[in-house]
Design a protein around this ligand. Structure first.
Ligand code: ZN
Length: 152
């Protein structure tokens, strides 16, 4: 089953379900340069994201991403959900664990590895650096009516 089969698209929103994080190790990305990558799935195309890319990631115990990568325009946020590991950021080692949130500038060469006893699970969000011109209170608004939940 690919991501699009798990995604329900509506006119103004899209919904995907990739299961509990302990099942993310079964995700399989077909990467054009790397071939099959276990434990990884991008969400952007399936959900129709237009301002960011998001990936779900699960790295098995004892495993490391076998290459470093950087970006040309996009910063990345790594949100670690479970496990323990390390990131290598331009040669500097950073300890990460469940709850760690790591922002990385585009040019930084990055890699990560699992040093713990359970899968290292993270969500990675990438968006063009300096593209966010407003957010939260400047962008969001509260409607004038109460939520219209259907009656049971
Ligand atoms: Zn990246």
């Amino acid at each position: 089953m690919n991501a699009s089969e798990k995604t329900e698209k509506h006119q103004l929103f899209a919904v995907g379900n990739h299961g509990r994080t302990d099942a993310w190790s079964k995700l399989l990305l077909q990467h054009p340069k790397l071939g099959a990558v276990a434990g990884k799935q991008f969400l952007g195309q399936a959900l129709g994201l237009t301002g960011m890319e998001v990936s779900l990631n699960s790295l098995a115990t004892g495993h490391a991403v076998p290459f470093e990568h950087g970006h040309r325009k996009n910063e990345e946020l790594y949100l670690f959900i479970s496990g323990e590991g390390q990131m290598l950021l331009d040669g500097q080692v950073l300890e990460v664990q469940a709850g760690s949130a790591v922002r990385i500038s585009p040019s930084v060469l990055r890699c990560w590895r699992n040093t713990g006893e359970e899968p290292l699970v993270c969500v990675v969000i990438q968006a063009q650096e300096h593209s966010l011109t407003q957010c939260t209170e400047a962008d969001g608004f509260i409607s004038s009516h109460a939520p219209a939940w259907p009656q049971a």
